[in-house]
Design a protein around this ligand. Structure first.
Ligand code: WT7
Length: 566
């Protein structure tokens, strides 16, 4: 029986208070995610239950109970308090998927500080823009990633301390301290800071069309959305072993790789290793994973490996699959039904929404290729891009619009109130995506409404790529768009107009590529460069990426006269 069956009764009178009630929360009480994910689970008789089964690339396994998590987050929090971390300070976690990442994340929340997770593959420039913006006071990191922080720390006046969790006997630089969690004296009792529902919790950076990445600020109240969607959409139950393949550098890895599942008291398996089909199937078999949350790019990679690979492993433990991040094509759903005996359930949401908002909930018949329907309590629609009013007929393609008010809706872009305000029209929050709704109320994703590139489920802002390119002495103008890719759906491509005196040739292309590699994260790296004499522009001189995009995808360019006026 799925959790949703129980829900269908409750749907008739749905209210977010269901989540507050199930978590035993009473109005006016402090609300701290760190406490709800550890201490509360222990208090509800699950102290000895496994919280985390962790495995690294070498196959080494470590297990942590909820009581271990409680004590270790207390120990980490007490140490950070000793370093001067205060409520409201930003603390960045910049690590591979080691246990300290998960423990450190919750420890920061226990302190009432704001946790800023960053993907450990970021190079020093990607890191610099995001740390500059957040004004982080402390970074929790590993030796190898700490070296990147060391390189830029002179440019970060707010940064006081890098905490290196695996320093060993290495010589540390000024502003670095070592902290060995395994061997630190354990702190059994630690009073979590009495954060309220509106106290800031997590600051996740996400890319837009213009400007540098912006920090979407969440609050402790988000736990109610994350708890309930984890329970009803991912269908997490007491005996499950759940695997979320996302890295906590991205919102899936925190909302559904930390907060949602642990607030439910779910056992999570974590794989800190790169992708290979055999490794992934082997991981499912070894730990008897029952619920699996992944992404279309990973599913396409598995599909590419063929149908023999899954047969080499015992995968019968799986009982529920879900996907997020990009359009889940119908073939992927049909493939998984055939090969794994289960369909992937699509879930649509964003860094900004904090939790799943449109989805194929268990119990709802899946229409392969559709994202499903709004989660209970989410008021969603598709609005006409001209009037911002909902369409009155099914099938019309417009903008996905959500009525703010669910618990995990972001509260601000860090220090960017104008950009935040620009996302709201007629009382709707606009996600920046286009879709249609069919006569049965199912949502069909069409594409992004802006120029953001979604590569393998990761958003990359064209501006970031273009800014890096413009730093090269030969580049006069540039435009970055997504080009089709069989696995990642799209990958960045750069169009470049050269300065006078430079000739397009292979050597220059290679030189620009190498230049980019130093400035951009691997995700944002252009996979192709096309030299052009000029770029299409509107009358005010703005580059029209949409024209390049349409040509690249063999689509109609559309009415350029209107674009020219933009
Ligand atoms: C954007 C948000 C939320 C977790 C990971 C991404 C796209 C997300 C789907 C889906 C089609 C999807 C949208 C959205 N997206 N889920 N099921 N079908 N597109 O978070 O980095 O903030 O990206 O990812 O374009 O706006 P994010």
């Amino acid at each position: 029986m799925t959790n949703i069956a129980r829900f269908e009764e409750e749907l008739k009178h749905f209210d977010w208070s269901i989540a507050r009630h199930e978590l035993g929360y009473k109005e006016g009480q402090p609300l701290n995610i760190g406490w709800y994910c550890t201490d509360r689970i222990c208090q509800t008789g699950r102290a000895k239950k496994l919280a985390m089964i962790w495995e690294n690339h070498a196959g080494e396994v470590r297990r942590f109970t909820f009581d271990d998590m409680r004590v270790l987050t207390n120990t980490f929090a007490a140490h950070l308090r000793g370093l001067g971390v205060q409520p409201g300070d930003r603390v960045c976690v910049f690590m591979d998927r080691v246990p300290e990442l998960y423990i450190g994340f919750l420890a920061v929340l226990k302190l009432g500080a704001i946790v800023q997770p960053l993907f450990s593959a970021f190079g020093d420039e990607s890191l610099l823009t995001r740390l500059e913006s957040s004004g982080a006071k402390v970074v929790l990191t590993q030796h190898k990633h700490g070296l990147k922080v060391r390189k830029i720390r002179d440019q970060l006046p707010a940064l006081e301390t890098s905490v290196i969790i695996d320093a060993g006997d290495r010589k540390l630089a000024d502003g670095e301290v070592g902290f060995d969690l395994d061997n630190a004296p354990k702190v059994n009792d630690f009073e979590s800071y009495p954060t309220t529902p509106e106290t800031p919790s997590v600051l996740h950076y996400t890319s837009g069309t213009t400007g540098q990445p912006k920090g979407a600020l969440h609050v402790h109240n988000s736990v109610f959305s994350q708890y309930l969607t984890a329970s009803w959409v991912l269908d997490l139950q007491e005996s499950d072993v759940y695997w979320c393949t996302a890295d906590p550098g991205w919102v899936t890895g925190t909302s559904y790789g930390i907060i949602g599942p642990w607030a439910n008291g779910t056992t999570q398996a974590i794989l800190d290793a790169g992708f290979s089909a055999d490794r992934w199937y082997g991981f499912i078999a070894k730990h008897k994973i029952t619920v699996w949350y992944s992404a279309p790019t990973a599913i396409r990679l598995l599909m590419k490996e063929g149908e023999e690979a899954p047969k080499r492993h015992e995968l019968s433990s799986l009982r529920h699959l879900a996907s997020v991040g990009e359009p889940l094509n119908a073939e992927a759903v049909i493939w998984s039904q055939k090969v794994l005996g289960l369909p992937f359930h699509d879930t649509f949401w964003q860094t900004e929404t904090g939790s799943i908002v449109i989805t194929n909930m268990p119990g709802l018949p899946i229409k392969p290729g559709s994202m499903g329907k709004p989660f209970p309590g989410i008021v969603a629609t598709v609005v006409d891009p001209k009037t911002f009013e909902p369409f009155d007929h099914p099938g019309a393609v417009g903008l996905i619009a959500l009525r703010p008010g669910w618990p995990s809706m972001f509260r601000q872009y860090w220090n960017k109130p104008e950009i935040y305000a620009s996302k709201f029209v007629n009382g709707w929050y606009l996600s920046g995506d286009r879709a249609s709704i069919d006569a049965d109320g199912y949502y069909w994703f069409v594409g992004r409404d802006d120029d953001v590139i979604n590569t393998g489920g990761h958003l990359v802002g064209p501006f970031e790529i273009e800014s890096a390119l413009l730093e090269h002495p030969a580049v006069a103008e540039s435009a970055a768009i997504g080009m089709p890719d069989p696995v990642n759906m799209e990958v960045p491509k750069a169009f470049i107009a050269l300065k006078q005196g430079y000739e397009p040739n292979d050597d220059l292309e290679l030189e620009i590529m190498n230049f980019c590699r130093k400035h951009l994260s691997p995700l944002a790296m252009p996979q192709a460069i096309e030299f052009v004499t000029s770029l299409p522009k509107n009358r005010s001189g703005k580059i029209m990426r949409r024209v390049l995009h349409a040509k690249e995808w063999g689509e109609e360019v559309g009415d350029i006269s209107t674009l020219e006026d933009e």
